[in-house]
Structure formats: structure tokens, C-alpha cells
Write a protein that binds this ligand. Structure first.
Ligand SMILES: *Cc1c(COP(=O)(O)O)cnc(C)c1O
Length: 406
């Protein structure tokens, strides 16, 4: 069945290869332009001034994203931290943040805070920054009229989340983001347009900065780290905004000039070099999963033949034990921690039990194949990543075998 699926998917795989080739060339040309050399891998200690490798890494990112500036650091703890740096960097007391793509990703809840109920932990709300969002329409697409009505003189920043995250909705393609940016610009030239690019990098030939986004951020333990970056995040975009975010990461006055890289330059650069290919492998794995699960009668989002702009594949299992079996099979096929069995548990911050499968070389890395799902009807499992297509395929075979023996 899987071999027949692969026959059927040849033309989609060719498009994915074509896109990977294009992005590989982009990255390679940026390395050439800035003359990446062996001594750039040395890195720095202490204050981290004059770290030539870090400087090349950031120029290369700016080039790849066609942005004025970049901040790419192992000190950025997670995607959420990168997003928070962008928000805290740009927003000032009294400003409003408006999210155009529905409720922001779960982990941003504490960053945004709640004006009525402040925990006084330094959220945006604690600083008098008000956040609101425009709910998505019933079909999961942005509500343009609602967005235009939501923009007020206080709106300083508009947020766009490219990936579907853990919602059953289509991700925003670069074309969709382009359309949103044009609509926003038609009524407001100055508002800062920010894109949460997590899981989106290198899925398409262009990035959000190339269709007019002012500030774009993501995590290095997702797509652009290529599976090699041991930690970190990036922020690319207009120079004044990147500088403001850098002032939050370190301090105003030092900004991006400091920050010892402690030997991570090689992994971040080599990871970026591998990223276009790795993203292609994960995309093929996601397409294969969508196809075979569809064949055995499950609902999938996106569908196997849909346009893809992120790595997340959602599958509706319709039964608790099938979702659990799926996650356990993913765990047992992982290169690391294959001997442990994930079980649903009451994770802090979630209303239902959650099951998570991950056996990764880098803790929490989701460019490596992983899966999770909340234990509630209709029992949707989310899978993402995969460093090699072969690993994705072997894992899908294992899932099928375990589902059939239920
Ligand atoms: C992963 C992700 C984030 C950030 O999550 P971290 O776990 O903090 O890295 C934010 N937004 C989206 C859409 C994501 O997929």
C-alpha cells in the first residue's frame, strides 16, 4: 500500500524536490556572498564582541530572507521567546497588538497576559500593552472585514501566524500573507506587520519578508536549524525593529553586538545549509502520511494533494485507542528513547489529557519526527518533522502495522 502511494505521489514529490533545490541555491548563494570560511566556526566567549562567525550567520539569514537585518542566536530559548522579543522590542505602553489570524499560539498566552487579571510577571498586559485578535471565519481563513474594522489609531503591530499550529485550519500560504499585507497597507502604511513563521521556513520559494512583512521570527529547533542547531531562534526584518528586539535580548546599548556563541556557530550554519533538504524530507513524509491515512478512511488536514506551507500534518483518528497507538508507534520508531512508551497525562495548562511522542537528538526538536494530540473527540493526532524521508516511511509503516493489529 505504501509503495503504491509513493507511485501516486511522484509528481508531488518532484515539486517538493524542485522547491528544495531553489531554497538550497538561495542558502548557498548567501554563503558565497559573505565568504563563509573555516575560521567563522571558532566562535567567542565572554562578552562575545567581534564574533565574525555570528556576524556572517546573521548576514546570511538576512540575505536568505531578503531582509535588512537579522538576529540569530543560540540564547533565544524557543520560538515563543523569539516572538516575545519581537513584541516587547517594538510595542510600548498604550499600544495595541492585533492578531489577524485568530487566537495566537497557546504558548503566547502568558506573554500577552490579561489586563484584568495580571499575574505581574512582566507580560505585555503588565506593561499596559493591550492585545486582541480577529477570530478566523468558519472555514478557518482570516476575516478581512473584521481585520480592517479592528485596526485603530492605537494599533502598533499586527500579528500573522503562518502555520496552523494545533488548529484544524489551513496554514497561510505566502500568497495568503501577501494578500493580507496588501489589505493592511491599503489602510495603514506604518503599522508593524509581524509574522510567526514557525514551521514555515523553506516550505515555499519565498518567505514572508519577501511579500512585505516587517518582522518575521522562528525557532532553530524547527525548520531553519536543519536538525543540527542545538537551540536558538531568529528574528529577521526591517533594521530598526530587529535592533529593538536585540535590545530586549541583551540590553539597550549592546543589542546584537554582544552574546558569546560558545562554539555553536558551526551547527547553526551547517544546520541552515541542510535545512532546505531536511524540510523537503519532512514535507514528503507528511504527504505520504496524509495519503495513506486517507486511504484507510481517516480525515487529514492538509489533504495529501493540498498546497503546503508548513510541516504540520493533522490526522483525525476518531477513537482514543487509535490516537494512542499512533503516538506510541511514532515513539517506538524514533532513533532515541524508542524503548519508552508515551501515555496520556494531565499536562499543566491544558484542559484535556495530552499524549506526546518524541525521541529526538535535540530535546523538544520538532524538525525531528514527533507527534502529539489532546485526548478528546474527534481524537486528532498532529505529526511534524522528520530528518530523513526514509525514517518517515519506516515510521508510517510501523503505525499502520500497529493500527491493524488493534
Ligand atoms: C512552535 C511554534 C511556536 C513556538 O513554540 P516553542 O515551543 O516556544 O518553540 C509558535 N508558533 C507556532 C505556530 C509554532 O508552531
Amino acid at each position: 500500500m505504501v509503495e503504491q502511494a509513493e507511485e501516486e505521489l511522484q509528481s508531488i514529490y518532484r515539486q517538493i524536490d524542485q522547491n528544495a533545490l531553489w531554497n538550497q541555491q538561495k542558502v548557498l548563494q548567501a554563503f558565497h556572498k559573505y565568504q563563509l570560511a573555516d575560521f567563522h566556526f571558532t566562535g567567542s566567549t565572554g562578552y562575545g564582541y567581534n564574533d565574525a562567525g555570528r556576524e556572517v550567520l546573521e548576514r546570511v539569514y538576512a540575505e536568505v530572507f531578503q531582509a535588512e537585518a537579522a538576529l540569530v542566536r543560540p540564547h533565544i530559548t524557543s520560538g515563543t521567546h523569539a516572538i516575545a522579543l519581537a513584541l516587547f522590542g517594538v510595542l510600548r505602553p498604550g499600544d495595541q497588538l492585533l492578531y489577524a489570524t485568530g487566537k495566537p499560539y497557546d504558548t503566547l498566552k502568558n506573554v500577552i497576559g490579561d489586563a484584568k487579571n495580571t499575574a505581574n510577571e512582566g507580560s505585555l498586559a503588565d506593561f499596559g500593552i493591550h492585545s486582541t485578535y480577529v477570530p478566523l471565519q468558519d472555514d478557518g481563513t482570516p476575516n478581512i472585514d473584521g481585520l480592517l474594522q479592528g485596526i485603530t489609531p492605537k494599533t502598533k503591530m499586527i500579528g500573522i501566524q503562518r502555520s496552523s499550529g494545533y488548529d484544524w485550519r489551513p496554514a497561510l500560504t505566502i500568497q495568503d500573507i501577501d494578500r493580507l499585507v496588501r489589505v493592511i497597507r491599503s489602510v495603514n502604511k506604518d503599522v508593524v506587520i509581524f509574522v510567526d513563521n514557525c514551521y514555515g521556513e523553506f516550505c515555499e520559494p519565498l518567505e514572508p519578508t519577501q511579500v512585505g512583512a516587517d518582522l518575521v521570527v522562528g525557532s532553530l529547533i524547527k525548520n531553519p536549524g536543519g536538525g543540527l542547531a542545538p537551540s536558538g531562534g531568529y528574528i529577521v526584518g526591517k533594521e530598526p525593529y530587529v535592533r529593538q528586539a536585540a535590545g530586549r535580548l541583551t540590553v539597550p546599548g549592546i543589542g546584537g553586538e554582544g552574546g558569546a556563541t560558545l562554539g555553536t556557530n558551526r551547527s547553526l550554519l551547517q544546520g541552515l545549509f541542510l535545512a532546505p533538504h531536511v524540510v523537503g524530507q519532512a514535507l514528503k513524509g507528511a504527504v505520504l502520511a496524509a495519503y495513506v491515512f486517507d486511504q484507510i478512511g481517516m480525515k487529514t488536514s492538509p489533504a495529501w494533494n493540498a498546497t503546503r506551507t508548513d510541516l504540520i500534518q493533522a490526522i483525525e483518528f476518531g477513537a482514543r485507542e487509535r490516537l494512542i497507538t499512533f503516538c506510541q508507534a511514532i515513539q517506538s520508531s524514533a532513533p532515541v528513547d524508542s524503548h519508552v512508551r508515551p501515555e496520556p497525562w494531565a499536562m499543566p495548562g491544558y484542559s484535556d489529557e495530552v499524549i506526546m511522542a518524541a525521541g529526538a537528538f535535540i530535546q523538544g526538536s520538532s524538525i525531528e519526527l514527533s507527534a502529539d494530540g489532546p485526548i478528546r473527540p474527534p481524537y486528532i493526532g498532529y505529526m511534524q518533522g522528520g530528518l530523513t524521508y526514509e525514517h518517515c516511511k519506516l515510521t508510517i509503516l510501523q503505525v499502520l502495522e500497529d493500527l491493524y493489529s488493534l
